[in-house]
Design a protein around this ligand. Structure first.
Ligand SMILES: COc1cccc(COC(=O)c2cn[nH]c2)c1
Length: 241
């Protein structure tokens, strides 16, 4: 089945990049179809206005609800449909995770709503929740100028999990944040040459001793995870304190 991806943004050209690389291939072999839309196409004034001052005062501008509603009517439709996933990237969203990407990889339709300015009139999100399955997601605790870059990142995380997309599905199993790694960070990777600028590949990896190699990799994953992501380690992590 083909996954349809729509992007609503005042900078739709951000999504031209989806025609190349891995995603381009998926689009070509019919796994994914991509449609980017300019939100200003649903404005009716000479200046194609999409923003206005915030009710209640405050700095900056807020995106008006009207253009979003008219764009939704045309792009998605006016009937409720819980199979449509609508994503609003936002600093105040729920953290986006690999499991969320895994779930979204089986969606038939995903619509990305890219906020700009200080954000989108909240009634747009409330209306969307009454119609479709809505996800307000954050990529991290920092602020971007708009949702476009986040939408691209979420797209890549999701589309690479679509069955038939990745040439070698095994490579998905072993990487960080996948169940196969028990939620640990990935161990360090090496390839030839064995010696490079005075730096050598750890000998154990050249030993051909698969048991020792597996142990070294597990120990490295545990070490790295404790060092960099204590939040990922549960209390009785099995590492002696
Ligand atoms: C919806 O309203 C806004 C307002 C401002 C910026 C954005 C874009 O998202 C982010 O900045 C972001 C996403 N994850 N971490 C940061 C959306």
């Amino acid at each position: 089945m083909t996954m349809r991806l729509d992007y609503l943004s005042i900078f739709p050209a951000y999504f031209d990049v989806l025609d190349i690389s891995l995603l381009g291939k998926a689009a070509v072999n019919g796994l994914v179809e991509v449609h980017a839309h300019d939100l200003r196409d649903w404005t009716h004034d000479r200046h194609r206005t999409v923003d206005d001052t915030p009710c209640g005062g405050g700095a900056g501008m807020v995106m008006k609800p009207d253009p979003w509603g008219e764009a939704f009517d045309e792009i998605i439709g006016t009937e409720p449909d819980s199979s449509v996933h609508v994503i609003f990237p936002s600093p105040s969203g729920a953290p986006f995770t690999q499991s969320a990407a895994q779930e979204l990889s089986s969606a038939v339709r995903i619509v990305f709503c890219c906020g700009r300015y200080e954000g989108i009139d909240h009634r747009v999100i409330d209306y969307a929740r009454s119609m479709w399955t809505v996800h307000e997601v954050s990529l991290g605790d920092y602020v971007l100028n708009g949702g476009e870059v986040a939408a691209l990142a979420i797209t890549e995380a999701v589309v690479r999990l679509v069955p038939g997309f990745m040439g070698n599905p095994e490579s998905l199993a072993e990487e960080s944040f996948s169940a196969g790694q028990d939620g640990l960070l990935e161990y360090p990777l090496f390839t030839r040459p064995v010696s490079w600028r005075g730096l050598d590949v750890p000998e154990v990896l050249m030993s051909g001793h698969h048991g020792r190699i597996a142990k070294w990799r597990r120990d490295e994953s545990v070490r790295l995870t404790c060092e960099r992501r204590p939040d990922l380690t549960d209390s009785d992590f099995g590492v002696p304190h």
